[in-house]
Write a protein that binds this ligand. Sequence first.
Ligand code: ADP
Ligand code: MG
Length: 386
Amino acid sequence: MSLQQQVVTEFERQFGAPPSVVVRAPGRVNLIGEHTDYNEGFVMPMAIDRATWIAVRPRSDQTVRLHSMDHDETTEFQLDALERGKGWQEYPKGVAWALREKGYALTGWEGTTICDVPLGAGLSSSASYELAVARAFAGVSGFSWDAPKMALISQQAENQWVGVNCGIMDQMISAVGEQDHAVLIDCRTLETTSLPLPEGTSVVILDTATRRGLVDSAYNERRRQCEEASRYFGVRFLRDVTLEQFDARGKQLDEVTRRRARHVITENARTRMAAEAMKRNDALCLGELMNLSHDSLRDHFEVTNHELNVIVDLSRATRGCLGARMTGAGFGGCAVALIESVQAGDFVKGVVSAYRDETGLNPAAYVCRASEGASEVKMVGPEESD
Ligand code: ADP
Ligand code: MG
């Protein structure tokens, strides 16, 4: 049964009637442009074919009641009396809070949710959940859907309600994703350019089965170092430092801050070059840029862990691989590889077994397709379903 069918079936079991609105919002994998979003730079993620689904119907009061099939728990809160708590219910509460802050009039609803983005694996289940909730509110409250605006509101929910200091990439791609395309996003202007993958290539996500754990402090330290480097160059964000300026003036920075800045400045350049490579259908160049991105994240930004480096090295040594790198914030989670589509089956088998042998861990690997961003799904009536 598809997730859509499962969430609708569960809704009908709980409420005795079909839902009036079904929404989905995808997770993401970032092809290139890592730790650049909070420097107002460039990223090039794609929305993946894994998503949070929510089936809902409106209520006549200010109550939101949501059953999570993944947690096997139901949460309930009042839109006009939101209180901070802990756990998975803080995401929908945070989105409700941020929407109200921006002046949206919200209707209560009840519903069920299910998700096949692995939670906490670095594929941004959190953004997929936020955007799905925002889309559900749009569906029942009847306000118009403005994708970048909803991404900003969801980011505000995660930053200020949940308390995770993330950049804008995850929410943007979950909102604006396009089927069969990666999306170059300018994180300053939120301008987007959709680009198809080079012909004959596929994207494989490789989950190291390690998790980033308690590394908020390392992430916040990277952000502080980027701010320090920006101050040194006299700009608000590293986005505004060119490679020439870095080469000319970077030497006086202390060694660690210089390496952090070097990563961000070169990564912005690589991401724009990667977009140009895609426009030329140049798979080799795109793959090489992904390799360079990983090396910079490993050596200069220092956000990889041993397992990410192992899975990337094994991928690169496996037939059909055009490029491989860690993806997401790092310190654990997933890598992404660009491969020749005809080699997909053997590539996945080869890397999974080599990684298992080397680390004793059991990795997951998915060949994934780019999917559409947050959307309301047209319900198929019983007469159309067979
Ligand atoms: P990531 O975004 O990389 O998957 P995060 O730590 O940012 O990891 O978010 C994971 C947390 O978000 C989960 O532990 C859970 O509390 C919550 N979450 C995300 N998606 C869902 C969902 N669809 N349903 C319920 N909770 C979710
Ligand atoms: Mg997240």
